[in-house]
Each structure stands twice: as structure tokens, then as C-alpha cells.
Ligand binder design. Sequence first.
Ligand code: MLT
Length: 379
Amino acid sequence: MKNIQLLNKIAPCGTDLFDKAEYAVEETIENPDAIMVRSAVMHEMEFGTNLKAIARAGAGVNNIPLDRCAEQGIVVFNTPGANANAVKELAVCALMLASRDIVGGIEWANSLVGTENIAKQVEKGKSKFGGVEITGKTLGIIGLGAIGGMLANAAESLGMNVIGCDPYLSVEAAWNINSNVKRVATFEDVFKNSDYISVHVPATAETKGFLNEKSFGIMKDGVRILNLARADLVNTDDLKAALESGKVASYVTDFPTEETVGVKGIVAIPHLGASTEEAEDNCAVMAAKELIDYLENGNIKNSVNYPAVSAPRNRANRVCVLHADADGIFSTLTTLFKGDFVTKSRGNVAYTIVDTDEPNNDAVAKAAALDGVYKVNVI
Ligand code: MLT
């Protein structure tokens, strides 16, 4: 029996994929084999010796200690693209929220409850809540992955000129982007030329606070900024100063903080990007399938800390070795086991699968004891 711990609520259409005869799937479980998580912060968690994998039902993985997991032989998965349409739809809504004071207008209309002749008052008072249109304006997108690419296409079809920058754009992602979307070389090109800027990059040490005084300084006056990616991408003090000076006309974020709620010019949405029934189902199903294929076959797809490795099973036993990408480990493994080997590295870590006819407990123990070997799973 394998144990799956749910750190957050995960849609049943995903958890139901675990065969009940083989898996226990619960919120409180000691020393699980795998964890499914949405936004629970795992940085301070101690991981049990059985833990082999963590699946994040979502794209962002800044709530998970990726390097520590890699060094403990724990594969971390995410679900790229599974909630992209939901986030794209909210980003289209955010374009409108950034353009007109829809939120202020609705709040004002609701405040008229109980007063007389509301229709007349509305016509008289509405001019405070006007705005601008998006058609013909330039939207600059930073990060053209699943969400950024879909937003680019949607905004183009709404009549915007769309430019985008993504130093890591994959060929597959590029194929899905409308040819009218112009690729620019640098973030600076986006900053200089956009009326609207939408960011779709992960929160990492490199991207933390990259929207700051310097980048606002390069932008057009009255730029409107959308951030449905992560709060950390923006330096909040610099943003507030830019809103006050009028440099930034509005900022729509899906990540409210103590510093950003209730601030004039900021529309703070309570992280609703992926909160649609469809996205929750898609993420849960993808995350569960990733865990099942890893726990049952050792195949890795959509990991953020180990290389992608999938191999058909040809022999009775599969030995999966998670190790440092260091000299000598792979060649030592080839002396310990007889069989078919597949190995791949990513950064400092590597993953080796050995399909073998004999379950060789002695070799497994020796492999596990090697310096630089983090974990050995026998399937
Ligand atoms: C993501 O990282 O996929 C989105 O922010 C939505 C979520 O956190 O669930």
C-alpha cells in the first residue's frame, strides 16, 4: 500500500485515479510516499524517509524547497498548462479592470442601496468611473509560456498590438503563438513600448522585484500593469511611488498583500487565476497521473527539479536511482547491475533507471550507500 498525503484540497477527479486497492489518499498520513499540494508552504517541512515525490497542482512551485527535495531524492512535479486557460481568462478581465474603474463603479453603485431614483443618480455620477479602451493599444507580455502565449493570442484577437519577450521560449510554445505577435529581444523593449504590461514568469531569485523603480522609469507614462504571476515580482514601495506620480496608471494583481490592498490605483484579486472548476480538475488529474507514473513505473514527466525520463518496461525489476551528476556514479552503477540503463542529468542532479531481470538486494544496498546517491527506489 502506498500513502498519498493531501496538503490542500485536491479535486476528487484527480484523487480518484489512485487505485483504492493500492493507495491510501488522506490529509493526515504519517511518512507518505507522495504529497499533493496546491499553495501550502512547504519550506519548513521535514520530509519523511518514504517520501519519493511531491506534485503541485498548479504551475508555480515557489512554495516548495526544490533544491532540498532534489538532494533528498524527492522528485517535484507541477502541472504546466493545466490551469493556463483559467489564468488567461482572468488576465483578459484584468486588462479591462486596468482600463476602467469598474471595481470603484460597482462599489459606488452598491452604496446606493436604499436611495431614491438610482437610475438618475447613476447617470449623474458615472463620469468618475470612465476609462480607456484596449483596442489599438500595445500589450507587452513578459513570459510567453502557456499563459503568456494564450493571453497574447486573445489580446491580439481583441484588437491589441501584442509584443512579447521570453528568453526561454520553447519551440512548441512558439508554434502556438499568433504570427502577428511580435517577439522583442529584451524586457527593456517591452518596458519602453507598451501601454499595458502583463508578467507571466515564475518567482525566482532572478525575477524577484524586477518590476522596480528602474524598470518603471523606462516605461511609458500612464502604463497599466497586470501581475497574475506572483507578488514577489514587483517592488511594492517603488510601485506605490510610481502610482502616486502617475507613471503607472493602474496595477492589477492576483496576489494581494498587506502593502497592496486598499491602495488607490491597485486592483487586488484574491488569487482567483486558477480557481475555476475546469482548472482545478485539470490540475488534479495531471498531478495524479504524474505521481502514478512515477511511483509505478519510475517515469518522470513535468518535474521541476529532475530530468524528464520515460522508458518502456522490458524486464521484471526496475531500479530507479536519484543521484548527483558527479563523476563515477553512473559507471559504478553499471558495475553493480546487469540490465538496460537510461540516464539523464539536469543541473547538478541525475536520474538513472536500470531494468534488470534479477532483484539484486545486495547491489541495491551498495548503490544506496554510494556517495552522491540520494535515493534508490525499486519498483
Ligand atoms: C499557479 O501557480 O498555477 C497559479 O498561481 C494558480 C495556483 O497557485 O494554484
